[in-house]
Design a protein around this ligand. Structure first.
Ligand code: KG4
Ligand code: ZN
Length: 376
């Protein structure tokens, strides 16, 4: 079985082809194509939905074409594809519509079904893309996650703790009550004049910072539930900036690579405030990681799960994954930790195809409607 995945929920346009591995229930990645309008959003310091949707329209067909040709499938005739898995929510309505309507058109033309996929399931199922020919997958040597499992989905829009009892059997244990963890990184980055998306940039700065210099709040640490709250952390940084009269000029970089961004930033600011930025970044990152790791491992212990799965853009954060590995080891927890490689943590279509493979809800193109407010 081959599935074409399509992802257009926000500012990334993705298409990927996966194939069922023979003699094994796992997913082999045949191709993975991605375009992003990130540079445009870096200019404005955040996503403007109208611009994201217009860019989706530009990218969608070239990206699908590239995914098919990388997988040695022709686009001119009906390719050897059994179904199209497409993100139908949650996300920005304009962006979602581009992917959903394209998938419907192709499904109609090719006479194949659609598997509508919840974007959040996609982030979880990035952990099930196990084998591939052309891409390096860090968890390829590990077994496919076993159930029950806890999934921590941490992205720009979500911070959710989910209990997975079996494929498609999910129970949401908690989520953020205000800003998501990625949103907190992005908003703090904006206050510090750093590029959007700020998560990778902050983690780069944090490497040389002292997390103890500015004590940060650990929101909802003691709340005895699995909810999170990150907006207070951003307000705390804002208050610190106001109280101390610090100025961070918005020196956005033309480069979206976090290492080059930091270098460009240092040049443009000629060294002003650099120790300060590094220490603030280290403090904020540590506060976010402390809460995420503490609450997630509480859930792992309470539900006695076999696997812990991370997903979403923030799961690409090296300090977060290092901390999970070390805490699991120190606490001698018998849980297998699964973290997708960075390119499968941030939005992509391979994870959508994978979620479609494991939760085969085959639908006619007539029955698929984009739903920006979709929950689990
Ligand atoms: O999953 P994703 O690509 O898109 C959404 O579905 O939201 O996540 C994007 C978010 C952004 O907020 C970005 O700042 C954050 O993930 N992010 C990171 C890192 N890479 C991306 N946050 C912290 N550390 C990173 N290395
Ligand atoms: Zn996402």
């Amino acid at each position: 079985m081959k599935i074409l995945g399509i992802e257009t929920s926000c500012d990334e346009t993705g298409a990927a082809v996966i194939e069922e591995s023979s003699g094994d229930i796992s997913v082999k990645l045949l191709s993975n194509s991605l375009a992003t309008s990130l540079v445009k959003h870096a200019e404005t310091g955040g996503i403007i939905p109208e611009i994201a949707a217009r860019e989706q329209v530009k990218f969608i067909l070239p990206v699908i074409k590239e995914a098919l040709s990388q997988a040695n499938l022709a686009i001119s005739e009906k390719p050897d594809i059994d179904a199209i898995a497409v993100t139908y929510g949650p996300g920005l309505i304009g962006s979602l519509l581009v992917g959903v309507e394209t998938a419907k058109t192709l499904a109609y033309l090719w006479g194949i079904p659609i598997i509508p996929v919840n974007h959040m399931y996609g982030h979880i199922y990035a952990n099930f893309v196990r084998e591939n020919l052309k891409f390096e997958i860090r968890n390829s040597k590990l077994n496919i996650p076993s159930f029950p499992a806890i999934a921590l989905v941490v992205s720009g829009g979500h911070t959710d703790l989910v209990l997975l009892k079996a494929h498609g059997e999910l129970e949401v244990l908690g989520g953020t009550r205000d800003d998501a963890a990625g949103e907190c990184f992005d908003k703090v980055g904006r206050l510090l004049g750093l590029n959007y998306p700020a998560g990778p940039v902050i983690s780069k700065w944090a490497e040389s910072g002292d997390p103890k210099r500015f004590p940060m709040p650990r929101p909802m640490w003691d709340s005895k539930d699995y909810d999170f709250s990150f907006s207070g952390l951003k307000t705390h940084v804002l208050n610190l900036i106001k109280k101390n009269g610090w100025r961070f000029d918005n020196v956005y970089s033309s480069n979206n690579n976090e290492v080059s961004h930091k270098e460009e930033f240092l040049k443009k600011t000629s060294g002003q405030n650099n120790g300060l930025i590094a220490d603030l970044c280290a403090g904020v990152q540590k506060a976010i990681i402390d809460v995420l790791v503490f609450k997630t491992l509480n859930a792992v212990k309470e539900y006695e799960v076999k696997s812990l799965l991370l997903g979403g853009g923030v799961a690409a954060n090296k300090a977060l994954s290092d901390r999970f590995y070390s805490e699991i080891k120190n606490q001698k927890l018998e849980v297998s930790l699964h973290i997708p490689p960075a390119f499968l943590c941030t939005d992509n279509a391979a994870m959508i195809a994978s979620a479609g493979f494991y939760n085969r809800n085959l639908c006619s193109w007539r029955d698929v409607i984009a739903d920006p407010e979709l929950y689990y």
